[in-house]
Design a protein around this ligand. Structure first.
Ligand SMILES: Nc1ncnc2c1ncn2[C@@H]1O[C@H](COP(=O)(O)OP(=O)(O)OP(=O)(O)O)[C@@H](O)[C@H]1O
Length: 592
């Protein structure tokens, strides 16, 4: 049995639901069997876990900094109290009020999260941190000033008539378990969906996300909104737990501690959010037992944060990658012992693809300037359908600029580009991708947080079925769909990127140095696969490559750029023998 089929056999789609049901049963046993104090503290763990799961969406999954998660909790709690104490709605909805108000509070908080997420469209890193910390401070001050609606120390009734005494604590714990499990299931499902893949992709590369046909704006804003929704629900859960709240629960310093925990444990992973919730509650509880001032817990979180930020990893993903490597090693040694090896097929070398004669991409008078630098001057070229066109030239000749401009990443160019009769002018990158124009990048843009298969599903926009995904992976000799990209080397990740883009069967694929990082033998195999690709995937290819052996072996047409202008263009032999081209490659003539 191959590694791939072994992995497939271990897939159990019913498992999340079974774990969820098990967690609820365990929650009931725990809630009604444990001492009252343990149950109360465990409810706090669940509240912290919900907050961390919300934060995990925006930080761990979508890769943005958000230092105001407890502000969303504060807003959610405030709205819930307001609906209870200042409106007649509790009389209308009776025992269902808490649940209903919690959802309303979550939705309103999500809308505010959307607004707070707007700066994230332009800002990153420390700038976004400052903005979100500013939001936390502003919400904190506002809530201090206006106070929570329960200023007269009215208790908020718990859901379904549960009492506010320790007997009610047990029932409320079970309620909190059910809400937590429901949210965890929802987040898990979303992370497996296209929007979850977009979050993971945007965390690693906005350009890579757009070139896969996904709107960066939608990915970022939806992450913020959902994170705020979950944060708002966590705030409501606190109200139900202690039936009264004040602003001290939601201070910016607590938000900061929560953020640190989120990145330390990797709270985008559900089990790690639970672990983080335990740390968030238990560390201060232990300090309390030993009469150590609670402020020291911030120092403990700070030290953990420095460790996580400097090692650029988190506990959850490191443990998972280590487990995966160990499992694969064991599978490989079992396969060795059983002599279970795939036969190496020897196939005749494929010819260089001949085109249909129809122009697919027509570029006219393309000019790109970066201030005083003219990166491209009046470049016109035609890519014929069904061919592989090589775009070559010395460093700084303007090749990547050409791909960026055609891909929609440089709106400030002049000139026109028409793909299959459709003008591309004015279309943003993700719309060009949807119109059948895909590209790969010189730098690694393949998000390590996904599996190989999830990445292909994301790039193909769900249009490729499992058989098509497996075919594209086999075609390029990539690891199987269940392999985490975090354990794949950079050269192979570039192959996965090419396979994913071809599996989406675009009309035209622009490859920017796809073979960088491959060994000599891998280069030869890659060249052969590339020659077969136009027919296999129905895609025309334009390739930028410094390895002229590769260009010579796959391209029927070559265009040479030098100092942003076309130096030569035409069939392979005439271009490579052109004296102008030879002199432009002075010092590299042995390559020609
Ligand atoms: N964002 C930018 N701002 C200013 N100048 C730029 C920018 N991007 C590219 N350039 C300049 O434009 C010119 C063309 O660069 P480009 O990266 O397109 O060349 P290239 O042929 O792809 O080079 P290489 O083979 O090294 O990747 C170079 O002079 C480069 O310095």
């Amino acid at each position: 049995m191959s590694l791939a089929s072994r992995s497939r056999a271990t897939r159990r789609p019913w498992l999340p639901l079974a774990i969820a049901l098990g967690a609820v049963v365990l929650g009931a046993i725990f809630g009604f069997g444990m001492p009252a104090y343990v149950v109360f503290v465990s409810t706090s763990v669940l509240v912290a876990m919900v907050s961390l799961m919300g934060l995990g969406i925006v930080t761990g999954t979508a890769g943005m900094i958000a230092l105001c998660q407890l502000s969303f909790g504060s807003i959610g709690a405030w709205i819930l109290e307001f609906l209870y104490l200042k409106t007649p709605l509790p009389n209308v909805f009776g025992p269902l009020s808490f649940l209903l108000f919690m959802v309303i509070a979550g939705v309103i908080t999500a809308a505010l999260g959307l607004v707070i997420g707007l700066p994230a469209l332009r800002l990153r890193g420390v700038n976004l941190a400052v903005i979100t910390l500013g939001v936390a401070a502003a919400v904190d001050t506002t809530v201090q000033q206006i106070g929570f609606p329960d200023q007269s120390f009215a208790h908020i009734p718990r859901p379904f008539g549960l009492s506010s005494d320790p007997t009610g604590d047990r029932g409320y714990f079970l309620f909190a378990v059910i809400i937590t499990v429901t949210i965890a299931l929802g987040i898990y499902a979303l992370q497996k969906s296209r929007i979850g893949a977009a979050w993971k992709s945007v965390a690693f590369s906005e350009r890579g996300t757009a070139s896969a046909g996904t709107s960066v704006r939608t990915a970022k804003l939806s992450a913020f909104a959902l994170s705020a929704f979950v944060g708002g629900i966590a705030g409501c859960l606190i109200v139900g737990q202690i039936t009264q709240v004040n602003y001290l629960t939601f201070t910016p310093i607590n938000s900061l501690g929560l953020y640190v925990l989120s990145i330390v444990v990797g709270s985008q992973l559900i089990d790690m959010a639970l672990f983080g919730g335990i740390l968030f509650v238990v560390i201060p509880e232990i300090l309390k037992q030993f009469r150590v001032p609670l402020e020291w817990s911030s120092v403990a979180f700070g030290i953990l944060g420095i460790q996580a930020l400097t090692s650029n990893s988190n506990l959850g993903t490191s443990v998972r990658a280590a487990l995966f490597r160990r499992r694969r090693l064991m599978e490989a040694s079992r396969a060795d012992a059983a002599g279970d090896h795939a036969a190496v097929e020897s196939v005749a070398e494929a010819p260089i693809p001949a085109g249909t004669g129809r122009p697919l991409l027509v570029v006219e008078h393309l000019t790109v300037e970066f201030g005083a630098v003219k990166a491209l001057t009046d470049v016109s070229l035609v890519v014929e359908e069904g061919t592989i066109l090589g775009l070559i030239g010395p460093n700084g000749a303007g090749k990547s600029t050409f791909v960026d401009a055609i891909g929609g990443f440089l709106p400030q160019h002049t000139g026109t580009a028409v793909l299959d009769g459709e003008p591309l002018a004015g279309l943003p990158p993700h719309r060009r991708a949807r119109a059948g124009l895909r590209r790969t990048f010189q730098q690694d843009r393949v998000p390590p947080s996904m599996s190989v298969g999830a990445y292909l599903r994301f790039v193909t926009g769900g249009r490729a079925d499992p058989a098509a995904i497996s075919d594209a992976l086999t075609f390029f000799g990539c690891p199987d769909a269940y392999t985490p990209l975090s354990v794949v080397d950079v050269g192979t990740r570039r192959l996965v990127e090419v396979a994913a883009n071809l599996a989406s069967r675009p009309k035209l694929l622009l490859l920017d140095e796809p073979a960088a990082g491959l060994s000599h033998d891998e280069h030869l195999a890659f060249a052969d696969r590339l020659r077969r690709a136009p027919e296999h995937f129905g895609t025309t290819i334009l390739i930028i490559e410094h390895d002229l052996d590769l260009v010579r072996s796959v391209c029927s047409q070559i265009t040479v750029l030098n100092f942003g202008e076309i130096l030569a263009s035409g069939d392979r032999a005439s271009v490579l023998n052109d004296p102008k081209v030879v002199s432009a490659y002075m010092g590299e003539t042995e390559m020609l």
